[in-house]
Design a protein around this ligand. Structure first.
Ligand code: GLC
Length: 419
């Protein structure tokens, strides 16, 4: 069975491979996505470490001069996706989107090279590139130097329609946008995708940023949506620390020092997002200075950073309290806004499971981590390699033959084997 799963996962990664990059799935997502690629490399390393490194190299070949690694790279024309390159109009040699995604590259690169040290020399240029991205986050998304960086579009969190964004998103207008035709709802059940009103706001923000010529140093203050996401900040902290360790081992002491300094800023500020009442971290609306009372998996994923051990223990208990058959629901099931089938408002996502399990295991919460890994593999055995899953029934939802789901299965199988 394990062998069957392993070869099925490898089959998906190969089928979605387009040369130097991998598409998340055919049809629904026909380009390269930022954090998908970095996590995909972790799957590829189990059968082709060279190819895994190319995945990250290709992503950074399209980094912007300001340091931002864009969230989508439109390597080939494909009109099956909206908003395509003509909507973004970022003026890059190869078209890209103009926003970013959770910076998981530093973490992924370290994990990849830990298992493939022979690739270190080839990977050396990536250390400076990833550091430039980390710097860019702090410079442009934390202009006041609070230690925590903001997202300016929900897509930057990677958790597009999370309940976390509902209140701050109300501030984004829906009027005045150019007429458009969604393509996602032609590939997946509209009841399992974001709503039209949310799409209008997604597009309004893109049009706003485009009107500022994608000057990334101007966009934070120009956006009516500025939110501190605990998961993106935890990923940034973890990537800074991992990249620092890697750089040190490779004799790049200045890069190590820079990344450690950035991680320290984040770690010092992160406790402000902790909710003792909810036993997890929360998002913060930078426009009002208020924590957002929404219990999503973003606040659990904070465990990916080295948070205090007592917080990690509470997070493990909070996940238990969800009491869903499958772990980890992307939103607490007994709270407003939960929807078992709608994208980031309830369903289980394997990439989030992977990062939560990794963090909890490092914090000594071995039982909780093992439960997440077991639950993830059970889902795949029952329902196949979907984009996301109903946490109660395990029903497969969204896209099928999904790349990062397959990649995470290879990681989970290796962890299960090691245990
Ligand atoms: C969706 C997800 C995002 C992911 C992308 C490609 O937009 O919300 O996290 O990167 O699909 O899989």
């Amino acid at each position: 069975m394990t062998d069957g799963l392993r070869s099925a996962a490898i089959g998906i990664l190969k089928a979605n491979d387009r040369g130097g990059y991998t598409v998340p799935t055919k049809g629904l997502y026909p380009f390269q996505w930022n954090w998908d690629s970095c996590l995909t490399a972790l799957g590829q390393r189990h059968f082709d470490a060279d190819r895994a490194l190319s995945e990250i190299e290709t992503l950074f070949a399209h980094q912007w001069p300001c340091g931002m690694a864009p969230h989508i790279i439109f390597h080939e024309l494909d009109d099956g996706y909206f908003p395509g390159p003509e909507v973004w109009a970022c003026g890059r040699p190869t078209p890209t989107s103009g926003i970013t995604q959770p910076p998981v590259a530093g973490f992924a690169l370290k994990r990849l090279l830990d298992g493939a040290p022979a690739l270190r020399d080839r990977a050396r240029p990536l250390l400076a590139r990833i550091t430039a991205w980390h710097d860019w986050f702090h410079a442009t998304r934390d202009p006041q130097g609070s230690g925590l960086v903001a997202i300016i579009h929900p897509w930057e969190s990677g958790r597009d329609n999370s309940v976390d964004w509902d209140i701050p998103f109300q501030r984004v207008p829906t009027e005045g946008i150019a007429p458009y035709l969604r393509r996602d709802t032609q590939h997946a059940d509209p009841a399992h995708r974001p709503t039209k009103e949310q799409y209008d706001r997604y597009i309004w923000l893109i049009e706003r940023f485009r009107s500022l010529d994608w000057r990334t140093d101007k966009l934070h203050d120009a956006s009516p949506f500025r939110v501190i996401d605990p998961s993106l900040n935890a990923i940034l902290i973890r990537s800074c620390l991992d990249l620092a360790d890697l750089a040190e081992a490779m004799g790049e002491t200045e890069i190590a020092r820079q990344n450690r300094a950035l991680a320290q800023k984040g770690l010092a500020a992160l406790p402000a997002l902790w909710s003792e009442a909810h036993g997890q971290y929360l998002s913060l609306d930078r426009m009002t200075g208020q924590l957002i009372d929404s219990r999503s998996s973003g606040g659990l994923l904070a465990a990916f950073a080295p948070i205090p051990v007592e917080h990690a223990a509470r997070i493990a208990a909070t996940i238990d309290a969800h009491a869903t058959r499958f772990r980890v629901a992307s939103h607490a099931p007994d709270t407003p806004g939960f929807d078992a089938k709608r994208y980031w408002r309830g369903p289980v996502w394997l990439v989030v499971n992977y990062m939560i399990a990794d963090g909890l295991s490092r914090a000594g919460q071995t039982k909780a981590a093992t439960q997440i890994i077991r639950s993830s593999l059970e889902l795949i055995r029952d329902s196949g390699f979907a984009e996301y899953y109903d946490p109660a029934t395990g029903e497969a939802l969204g896209g099928t033959q999904f790349t990062w789901t397959a990649a995470m299965v290879l990681e989970f199988l290796a962890l299960e084997g090691a245990a």
